[in-house]
Design a binder for this molecule. Structure first.
Ligand code: PLP
Length: 447
C-alpha cells in the first residue's frame, strides 16, 4: 500500500503544502488542523441537529464566536449569550466560500420575495464587481436569478480594481427605474485577482438605503484582519448582513472550514429549514437549540469546529498573528526584489501576501511577441521547472463573462506567499527561477 501511494498517487499530487507553492490562494495544513481532522474522523458523528451530537453544535458556536471576536466583528454576528436557539445572529462553518455566498443569497432572495411576492423572482438583481469571485455567479445560477440580472460592475486601475460606490449607485438607480428589484450586493476584502479591498462602508450604506442584503467575502484576506494593523480593511463590516472568511485558506486550518457569520439567522432558517418526521426531537421541537442543518445546503455535517478549536488553542492569537505577518513580510520582500529589476514591473498595489507583477517586453518587441505572450511563456517556463508553482490573472473582454482572475487585459503573474513552510530562502529561490527563466526567454528568438 505504502509503495502504491508513493509510486501511483504522490506523483500525481500537486503539493499545496510545499514551501514553493505560490499559486491561487493557499490551503494551509498544520499539526493542530491535522489533529483536529483525525479526531473528527475518529469520532465521525454527523451533527446536523443539536441532538445528533450536542458538542459539535455547541463547539461550533463557541469557536466561531472566538474567531468573530478576534476579527472584531460586531456583537450582532455572534452567538454569545445565545448558546441556544434564541439569538438573532451567529456563526456557522460551511464547506466553502461558494456555499457561504449561496446560502446567504438564498436567504436574501426569499426575504425579498416574502415582501414583493414570489412572482417577482425574474426582477431580482444582484450586484458585485468584475473582480468578485465567480462563486457569486454560480450562486445566482443556482438561486434562479436571471443571468442578465447578475451585475458584475466594471472596475479599473483608477480605483485599484475596487468596486466604485458611484457605479453601484448608478446601476441600482437605473435598475429601479426600469422596474427591477435590487436585493443583494457583494463586497470583497481581498479579491482573487489582486487582493483588492472594496469600500465596505460606502457599499453598506448604499445597500441599506435600498433595502438590500450586503455580503462581505473575505475568503482569503479575512485571516490577516486578526492583526490590529490589518483590521482596518474590515471597517464597514459592522453594517453588513453577512461576512465570510476561509479558515482553510490562510489560517492553518485544514480544508474544509469556511466561517460564515450572519446577523439574521432566521433568514437562513426560513430558506433552508425542513422538518421531516424522522428528524423531530424534543429539543428542536421546543426551539431550545440550534440545528445547523437549517443554516446550510446538505443535511449531514462533519465536526469541523474541532480543527479550528485546535488551531486557536494550540497556536494562540499571537502566534497566528505572527504567522500571517511573516508571510506578508516575505511578500513585501519579494515585491522589493521584483521592483529592483528593471525588466519587471509591479502591476497592482500589494496589501497582503499577494504580489502581482509581470515581465516587460523589450522595447522593440511589443508588436511581435507582445507582453501577454511573453508573460504566458514565462509562467509556463517557470512552472515547468517543477521548482515553483505560480498562477496568473488576465481580463476577458465581456464584463459578464469575466473570470474572477482578471486585471485590465494584461496577462499578470501572481505570487502568493501563504504555505506554512515558506521561508526567505524559498522566496530567494523562486525569484532566481523567475529571473533565470526571464533571461532565457528574453534571449531566445521569437516564435
Ligand atoms: N472568494 C474569494 C475572494 C476567493 O479568493 C475564493 C477562492 O480563492 C473564493 C471566494 C472561493 O472559495 P471556495 O473555494 O472556498 O469556494
Amino acid at each position: 500500500m505504502v509503495v502504491d501511494v508513493q509510486s501511483k498517487i504522490l506523483p500525481g499530487v500537486t503539493h499545496w503544502q510545499s514551501p514553493n507553492f505560490y499559486a491561487y490562494y493557499p490551503a494551509n495544513s498544520s499539526v493542530a488542523g491535522f489533529l483536529g481532522e483525525i479526531l473528527s474522523a475518529g469520532i465521525n458523528m454527523v451533527g446536523f441537529s443539536w441532538i445528533t451530537s450536542p458538542a459539535a453544535t455547541e463547539l461550533e458556536m463557541i469557536v466561531l464566536d472566538w474567531l468573530g471576536k478576534l476579527l472584531k466583528l460586531p456583537q450582532e454576528f455572534l452567538s454569545s449569550g445565545n448558546c441556544f436557539a434564541s439569538g438573532h445572529g451567529g456563526g456557522v462553518i460551511q464547506g466553502s466560500a461558494s456555499e457561504a455566498v449561496l446560502v446567504v443569497l438564498l436567504a436574501a432572495r426569499d426575504k425579498t420575495l416574502r415582501m414583493v411576492g414570489k412572482s417577482a423572482l425574474g426582477k431580482l438583481v444582484v450586484y458585485g464587481s468584475d473582480q468578485t469571485h465567480s462563486a457569486l455567479q454560480k450562486a445566482c445560477q443556482i438561486a434562479g436569478i436571471h443571468p442578465e440580472n447578475c451585475r458584475l460592475l466594471k472596475t479599473d486601475s483608477s480605483t485599484d480594481y475596487a468596486l466604485s460606490p458611484e457605479i453601484v449607485s448608478e446601476a441600482i438607480s437605473h435598475d429601479i427605474s426600469i422596474g427591477l428589484i435590487p436585493f443583494f450586493l457583494c463586497g470583497t476584502v481581498g479579491t482573487t485577482s489582486s487582493a483588492t479591498v472594496d469600500p465596505l462602508y460606502s457599499l453598506a450604506k448604499i445597500a441599506k438605503s435600498n433595502g438590500m442584503w450586503f455580503h462581505v467575502d473575505a475568503a482569503y484576506a479575512g485571516s490577516a484582519c486578526i492583526c490590529p494593523e490589518y483590521r482596518k480593511y474590515l471597517d464597514g463590516v459592522e453594517e453588513a448582513d453577512s461576512f465570510n472568511m476561509n479558515a482553510h485558506k490562510w489560517f492553518l486550518t485544514n480544508f474544509d472550514c469556511s466561517a460564515l457569520w450572519v446577523k439574521d439567522r432566521n433568514a437562513l432558517i426560513q430558506s433552508l429549514s425542513t422538518n421531516p418526521e424522522f428528524l423531530k426531537n424534543k429539543a428542536s421541537q421546543a426551539n431550545l437549540v440550534v440545528d445547523y442543518k437549517d443554516w446550510q445546503i446538505p443535511l449531514g455535517r462533519r465536526f469541523r469546529s474541532l480543527k479550528l478549536w485546535m488551531v486557536l488553542r494550540l497556536y494562540g492569537v499571537e502566534n497566528l498573528q505572527n504567522y500571517l505577518r511573516n508571510h506578508i513580510e516575505l511578500a513585501r520582500y519579494f515585491q522589493v526584489c521584483v521592483g529592483q529589476d528593471p525588466r519587471f514591473e509591479i502591476v497592482a498595489p500589494r496589501k497582503f501576501s499577494l504580489v502581482c507583477f509581470r515581465l516587460l517586453p523589450p522595447v522593440d518587441d511589443n508588436e511581435t511577441r507582445g507582453s501577454n505572450k511573453l508573460n504566458q511563456d514565462l509562467l509556463e517556463a517557470v512552472n515547468s521547472t517543477g521548482r515553483v508553482f505560480i498562477t496568473h490573472t488576465v481580463r476577458t473582454t465581456t464584463p459578464l463573462l469575466c473570470s474572477s482572475l482578471a486585471l485590465s487585459g494584461m496577462y499578470t503573474l501572481r505570487l502568493v506567499v501563504g504555505a506554512p513552510l515558506t521561508e526567505r530562502r524559498h522566496i530567494d529561490a523562486a525569484w532566481k527561477v523567475l529571473q533565470d527563466e526571464a533571461f532565457t526567454l528574453l534571449c531566445s528568438p521569437l516564435q
